[in-house]
Ligand binder design. Structure first.
Ligand code: 4AD
Length: 466
């Protein structure tokens, strides 16, 4: 086979060598009849290829053929690496290729619904260009999502989904190193797992069923099955009604469940160490990807402490109160007060990542363990990045009679979860866990403004294609 060079590896170390690359023709520009430039792109990296008519290099027919290629066509280019005197604006690689051979492997249609260069521009850049009188089309979100295969090609998107892959990878590696076992629970289940109305109902061969809103019930049952510590990475389905910047109808859940020896802080300890390790690792190992994201969507590096700050819900309410925000001390925080508290925490403690625990019992799901000292509160927590929730977790009720009572009190049809409740009759240890939204982690780590940016093919109340 031939030796192929990846675009990201094209540096001046390869000067004067012949290389063979495959990529997409991002832009094609003719200069007279004897010269043409093709910017070739591969996985977000770009290089300028120069066709210059001369004996032993390319013919005038070749230049003509090249300038007739449609943008985004797949091309193979063979040529010599050269180092231009001036840096090449607009290409990521600072070397050029003096083309000897050019093949089109598969052509794209002549007119594309999305121009990748336009789709890759930052808002600041667009504003500047518009002021300078440049003709350009701002690519809106729906257009991007309708033509996601094109939109995915921008350097920022190439970065986002590589970062997402790393988040998942670090989650898995960290938990494996802590003795957790990876499991897979069913996504077709008999009843709602979180309560509430946000559930997709379906017909399971004549029996009413639903798509799992979380692995909650079955991950707990695995603890009853003596696995001790489990995690799952899998799809989660929520029939959300509202169209918001942070809710999807399908997302990827990173779930954890574990035995607790003495206190639910053991679960928060895992959150703490897992996420500090994750942020460190992303900053260290994904700098190229984060830079690419930053170029299109500028953001500041996340501020976090070595030991994650833990505040009680009561402390949070107090901070809000002092700042003039009135909150029901036994109610939930709304999006606005969560944001506000995030700001206050940043000002006071210098962190944008923290845990808020001991939530009022009334605002938590039926399986949540009340506090031993005050049953108006619960052994539960939420975790925030930049004032928005990425995790919720808790200790669970492990006494079957009480669990059944709690479910009923929360309006759940206990018949639909009877096998779950029965699991606790055969010897069930104290336990707890948490669920993380993968798309939310990436969105908030990179301070992106919409969860659709971190979902490859987002599913929301108005979208089920592409
Ligand atoms: O807060 P949630 O609903 O909690 C649970 O599912 C529990 N079973 C977790 C546990 O172990 N106690 O969802 C957990 C996380 C949220 O913090 C959020 O990051 C994400 O899942 N999430 C969503 N992400 C995208 N779109 C939605 N509609 C989401 N709903 C929740």
């Amino acid at each position: 086979g031939k030796k192929w060079t990846e675009l990201k590896n094209l540096t001046d170390l390869l000067k004067d060598q012949v290389v063979l690359i495959r990529g997409r023709a991002q832009t094609i520009r003719a200069v007279g009849k004897k010269m043409a430039f093709i910017v070739v792109r591969e996985r977000g990296f770009t290089v300028q290829c120069v066709l210059n008519v001369s004996p032993g290099a390319v013919s005038p027919q070749m230049v003509k053929y090249a300038t007739g290629l449609s943008r985004e066509s797949i091309v193979d280019v063979e040529g010599v690496v050269s180092v231009p005197a001036q840096s090449i604006t607009g290409a990521t690689q600072q070397v050029e290729i003096q083309v000897k051979k050019l093949y089109c492997v598969n052509k794209a249609v002549p007119t594309l619904p999305v121009n990748i260069e336009d789709a890759a521009r930052s808002e600041v850049d667009i504003e500047k260009a518009l002021q300078a009188g440049e003709q350009l089309v701002r690519v809106n979100q729906d257009t991007r999502l309708n033509f996601r295969v094109l939109d995915m090609r921008t350097p920022a998107n190439q970065g986002i989904f590589r970062v997402q892959c790393q988040v998942e990878n670090i989650f898995r590696q960290f938990l494996l190193s802590e003795g957790f076992v990876g499991i897979h629970t069913p996504k077709l289940i008999a009843g709602s797992s979180e309560g509430g109305s946000a559930v997709f109902r379906l017909d399971y061969k004549g029996t009413p069923a639903c798509l799992a809103q979380s692995p909650q019930l079955h991950k707990q049952m695995s603890i009853c099955g003596d696995f001790g510590r489990v995690f799952e990475i899998g799809p989660v389905f929520r029939a959300e009604d509202s169209f918001t910047h942070r809710h999807l109808c399908e997302f990827t859940g990173l779930d954890v469940e574990m035995e607790i020896k003495e206190h639910y802080s053991e679960v928060m300890d895992i959150v703490d160490r897992l996420f500090v390790a994750m942020f460190d690792c992303l900053n260290e190992n994904c700098s190229k990807e984060l830079e690419a994201i930053n170029r299109q969507y500028p953001f500041e590096k996340l501020k976090y402490l070595r030991n994650t700050l833990r505040l009680t819900f009561e402390e949070g309410v107090q901070m809000l109160k002092e700042a003039g925000v009135e909150i029901d001390p036994l109610g939930d925080l709304n999006t606005e007060s969560e944001r506000k508290l995030g700001q206050l925490v940043l000002e006071k403690y210098g962190t944008e990542f923290y845990i808020l625990h001991r939530y009022p019992l009334a605002v938590r799901p039926f399986y949540t363990m009340p506090c031993y000292d005050n049953p108006s509160y619960s052994n539960s927590f939420d975790v925030f990045i930049r004032g928005e929730e990425i995790i919720s977790g808790a200790q669970r009720v492990h006494v079957p009679e009480y669990l059944s009572e709690r479910a009923q009190a929360c309006g759940i049809d206990v018949k639909t979860i009877s096998t779950y409740i029965d699991s606790f009759r055969y010897g069930a240890p104290p336990h707890g866990g948490f669920g993380v939204g993968l798309e939310r982690v990436v969105m908030l780590f990179c301070a992106l403004n919409n969860i659709r940016k971190t979902s490859l093919f987002p599913r929301d109340p108005q979208r089920i294609t592409p």
